[in-house]
Design a protein around this ligand. Structure first.
Ligand SMILES: Cc1cc2nc3c(=O)[nH]c(=O)nc-3n(C[C@H](O)[C@H](O)[C@H](O)COP(=O)(O)OP(=O)(O)OC[C@H]3O[C@@H](n4cnc5c(N)ncnc54)[C@H](O)[C@@H]3O)c2cc1C
Ligand SMILES: NC(=O)c1ccc[n+]([C@@H]2O[C@H](COP(=O)([O-])OP(=O)(O)OC[C@H]3O[C@@H](n4cnc5c(N)ncnc54)[C@H](OP(=O)(O)O)[C@@H]3O)[C@@H](O)[C@H]2O)c1
Length: 486
């Protein structure tokens, strides 16, 4: 009897699922988007989740950010793959929020919209000379070596200069430095884009400066990544011993962070180690501390081109917020270089109709619930609209951070559903997936489904196998769309 009742209950429930699902749209298929989809599908058996991404390829920065020489980090894709194959989940690639579909349309189509579209632009330094040729953001350069079709033709000139300056000392700055300095034989068997590998093979860069506005006790990178770059073969690492000295305020700061202590220890050890024996292909890495960018210098021989970076020496002040800040001292020095990379952080951009905190570059939210204005009044909620990942927290945190972030956002959604704050699937059915397909078809938007992406994936793996690489990425929009859709 109990079994029959359970069967009847299950059959009623399944019929509700198919006829009246909770329609959920997640915008962005990076870690934040996939973790949100996974948790929504698990927590709400009646939910149908559509993941929309402007790219024809899923996985966000796991594909276009994580460095090619970190293949193990990309294994998380297997978990996301399983989510995409859930029968209640669909992928809509090549669909951009803002141009393909608007936010208000999505909100009409779905009960719940979760924005997880990351950070698609850069923080700016706002200093003179920023437009000179030879200056790139780390984001552009990273996309270029990772085969992002938007930067396929960036073509950074690695042959006309021996020196590159990287502004910033976070993990992205370390990635950029490592790719510039690592012997290319070690990159050959990674999934690095072939155009980037070819340019790096011909690179004349032998000296890289990593510039931080604060000291070694405040460096933004983490120990594993630092150890990796310090371990590059035949690399001469330079750190001024004076820069390693700690003030009482530094010591105070280090007490509260084990990560920073480990980074500091590695840097101070490197500062006092003997230089490596100069080999034929010797490369140098210089850590420059207590210098903030003042201006980019224009070449006298080549108008419009970079010839150096002017840095202002800094001193650190204040510990009230638990963190010292760098203040210019009025003393300057120049580093000559033909290439500079700004690696001072990514930045999110708003779409029409979305409340946005321009100061912090995030969507104002309370535990993932989007708030109507940036003042942060928790009473002013945007019904049915949520946010996750870098768009919610700002451009920091590793892949796993987005898992906890998604957990929080999905918990807020569940609470709102339980409280009846959200339009429910039974009382207010929404068109969801079918409605989205209709609008996109009317606009001639060519949707790349997950199985279309699998065609790209198979082709990339096939091309990779010919070169002993895990994959050879398709790097133009034409090739990607042709492979997926024709
Ligand atoms: C260079 C770099 C290297 C990194 N390396 C590591 C690492 O080795 N290990 C680690 O743990 N973490 C690493 N991280 C951090 C990690 O990548 C991030 O924490 C994570 O990717 C952020 O997830 P997200 O989903 O918020 O954003 P993203 O991963 O950026 O995903 C956002 C998605 O939204 C899509 N999108 C953007 N705009 C639109 C739009 N208008 N319409 C539709 N879709 C849109 C994008 O195409 C993208 O797929 C790295 C970060 C960077 C920048
Ligand atoms: N292997 C990995 O795990 C990996 C790899 C790449 C990225 N990530 C993660 O991705 C996130 C983003 O990394 P990120 O390197 O872009 O950002 P980040 O860690 O925030 O580092 C930004 C760097 O830019 C500096 N900076 C910011 N504004 C500046 C300005 N106006 N002038 C001069 N310097 C300025 C910062 O200095 P201050 O400290 O003084 O502000 C810091 O050194 C991080 O959480 C990172 O850990 C992880």
């Amino acid at each position: 009897m109990a079994i029959m009742q359970a069967r009847a209950w299950l059959s009623r429930r399944l019929s509700t699922v198919s006829s009246n699902p909770l329609r959920v749209c997640v915008v962005g298929s990076g870690p934040a988007g996939f973790y949100t989809a996974e948790k929504m599908l698990k927590a709400h058996q009646e939910a149908e989740v559509d993941i929309v991404d402007r790219m024809p390829t899923p996985f966000g920065l796991v594909r276009f950010g994580v460095a090619p020489d970190h293949p193990e980090t990309k294994n998380v894709i297997n978990q996301f793959w399983r989510v995409a194959q859930n029968e209640r989940c669909s992928f809509f690639g090549n669909v951009a929020l803002g141009s393909g579909i608007s936010l208000s349309e999505l909100r009409d189509l779905y009960h719940v919209v979760v924005l997880a579209y990351g950070a698609e632009t850069d923080r700016n330094l706002g200093i003179p000379g920023e437009d000179l040729k030879g200056i790139y953001s780390a984001r552009q350069f990273v996309r270029w070596y990772n085969g992002h079709p938007d930067e396929r033709y960036l073509d950074p000139d690695l042959k006309s200069t021996g020196t590159a300056v990287i502004l910033g000392q976070g993990n992205v700055a370390l990635d950029v430095a490592r790719i510039l300095l690592r012997p290319t034989e070690e990159l050959m068997t990674t999934d690095i884009a072939s155009h980037a590998l070819a340019a790096l093979e011909e690179s004349s860069i032998r000296k890289v400066y990593l510039v931080g506005r604060r000291g070694p006790a405040q460096a933004a990178c983490t120990a594993k990544e630092l150890r990796e770059i310090l371990g590059i073969c035949d690399l001469d690492v330079n750190i001024k011993e004076n820069d390693i000295l700690l003030t009482p305020a530094d010591e105070e700061e280090l007490k509260s962070s084990r990560i920073k202590r480990r980074v500091y220890e590695l840097l101070s050890k490197a500062a006092t180690s003997k230089p490596v024996n100069a080999g034929l292909n010797q490369r140098e890495l210089h850590f420059v501390f207590f210098r903030k960018p003042d201006s980019f210098l224009e070449s006298e021989d080549r108008t419009g081109y970079l010839s150096g970076v002017r840095l202002e020496k800094t001193v650190l002040k204040g510990l009230d917020s638990g963190k010292q800040i760098a203040v210019g001292s009025g003393e300057y020095e120049d580093i000559k270089c033909g290439l500079a990379f700004k690696s001072i952080g990514y930045k999110s951009i708003p779409v029409d109709g979305l409340p946005f905190d321009h100061q912090r570059g995030v969507v104002p939210n309370s535990r993932g619930r989007v708030l109507s204005d940036a003042s942060g009044d928790p009473a002013q909620l945007e019904e049915g609209l949520y946010v996750c990942g870098w768009l919610k927290r700002g451009p920091s945190g590793i892949i796993a951070t987005n898992m906890y972030c998604a957990e929080e956002t999905v918990l807020s959604i569940s609470e709102d559903l339980n409280k009846g704050v959200l339009a429910s699937s039974s009382t207010s059915p929404k068109p969801g997936r079918e409605g989205l397909q209709q609008i996109l078809s009317d606009r001639n938007v060519r949707i790349v489904s997950f199985s279309d992406w699998e065609k790209i994936d198979a082709e990339e793996e096939r091309r990779g196998s010919e070169k002993d690489k895990p994959r050879e990425k398709l790097t133009t929009w034409e090739e990607l769309l042709k492979t997926a859709l024709e």
